[in-house]
Ligand binder design. Structure first.
Ligand code: PEP
Ligand code: MN
Length: 357
């Protein structure tokens, strides 16, 4: 249930609504804690016969009660009718801002590897550096990532380039460690429905990049985002990275239609990952262009200085020239990418993230 407040609603009304919600076993979440215009009442308690909604509707400062806000109210357009911008350091993703290009290796392998990609990413106009420290690998015998050493290298790359960093967190007990370095936490496709992990990542204070599981419906994806938001995540960016399909010609199938359709339901920014969606570097640029031409909020691509020697996902990684060609192709279709104020971003040295609200 979502309560839409009148323009003149003051702290007293908000307190009253909070008290009514608590009596019913619910809690309120404000769209903007500094100046609430909408309050979501969330929790497990039902409202039989709409008694609670009737009571709220009769309050003087309430203009409307949305009784059916869907299964994921905080992620929904009922809560925030306009697209939200998610803040990562000095970068804004979504909310009508220019689309973001995120680039970096699948896995951090060495200082040289990461720094060469990070500098190429800056030259290409990327504004977010990706790189896995803890890798979710299908085989227990495959390279699992450098772990804490990779986190250290990501911090070094941020200091050298000013790019904020997104990296995956695999387990609840790693959230604190990863959050010390990451400007943004990535929840991988395999973990989209790992609810204790979502709760821990949401409570970390960091914005989250939420990959869609390869078999998840839009509703399941949004419910995963809801876990993050209900746990306090200051921002969530949805990332479509391909669905499972029948044809081995491509690793997954990019659900471009779903990426667009989810924006009808949700205010959250949506980006695509054409690297994991295809498994093929020759298809990364055309799909990235398709997503940007369709108006999505960004793309995230894997890049390696020597893809054939990569310890993971080399077949889908662009080399440094490929990244520069992607940037040229984006310019050619007339899309201007988000830019970072690199002087501001690198001045602090520590994660540039600021808690919302
Ligand atoms: C990755 O980003 O390297 C990754 C493992 O992605 P996904 O969770 O989408 O497979
Ligand atoms: Mn990968």
């Amino acid at each position: 249930m979502i309560v839409v407040l009148n323009a003149g609603a003051d702290a007293g009304v908000i307190r009253d609504i909070g008290a009514i919600a608590r009596r019913a076993g619910l809690r309120t979440v404000a769209d903007d804690p500094a100046k609430p215009r909408r309050l979501a009442l969330v929790g497990a308690a039902p409202d039989p016969g709409g008694v609670l909604a009737d009571e709220l509707e009769n309050l003087a400062m309430v203009s409307l009660v949305i009784r059916e806000a869907g299964p994921a109210p905080l992620a929904s357009r009922h809560f925030r009718p306009e697209p939200t911008a998610v803040r990562v350091g000095s970068l804004r993703i979504g909310g009508g801002n220019p689309p973001v290009l995120a680039a970096g290796p699948c896995a951090v392998e060495s200082s040289e590897q990461l720094l060469s990609v990070a500098h190429a990413a800056v030259r290409a106009g990327a504004s977010l550096l990706r790189g896995g420290a803890f890798k979710p690998r299908t085989s227990p015998y495959a390279f699992q990532g450098l772990g804490p050493e990779a986190l250290r290298l990501l911090g070094e790359a941020r200091a050298a380039t000013g790019l904020p960093v997104v990296t995956e967190v695999l387990a609840p007990d790693l959230v604190e460690l990863v959050s010390e370095v990451a400007d943004m936490l990535q929840i991988g496709a395999r973990n989209m429905q790992n609810y204790p992990l979502l709760a821990a990542a949401g409570a970390s204070g960091r914005p989250v990049l939420l990959k869609r599981a390869p078999g998840a419906t839009l509703e399941e994806w949004l419910l995963a985002a809801e876990y993050l938001l209900a746990s306090g995540a200051p921002g969530v960016v949805l990332c479509e990275r391909g669905l499972r399909h029948f044809d081995p010609s491509t690793r997954n199938i990019l659900d471009l239609a779903g990426s667009l359709a989810v924006r009808e339901l949700s205010h959250l920014p949506v980006i695509i990952d054409p690297s994991h969606a295809t498994g093929r570097r020759d298809l990364v640029t055309p799909l990235a262009l398709a997503g940007l031409a369709a108006g999505l909020d960004g793309v995230i691509v894997e890049v390696h200085p020597d893809p054939d020697a990569a310890l993971s996902d080399g077949a889908q990684s662009l080399d440094l020239d490929g990244l520069s060609a992607l940037a040229d192709a984006i310019r050619k279709i007339g899309v201007s990418l988000a830019t970072l104020d690199l002087d501001v971003a690198s001045a602090g040295g520590s994660p540039g993230w600021v808690r919302a609200g």
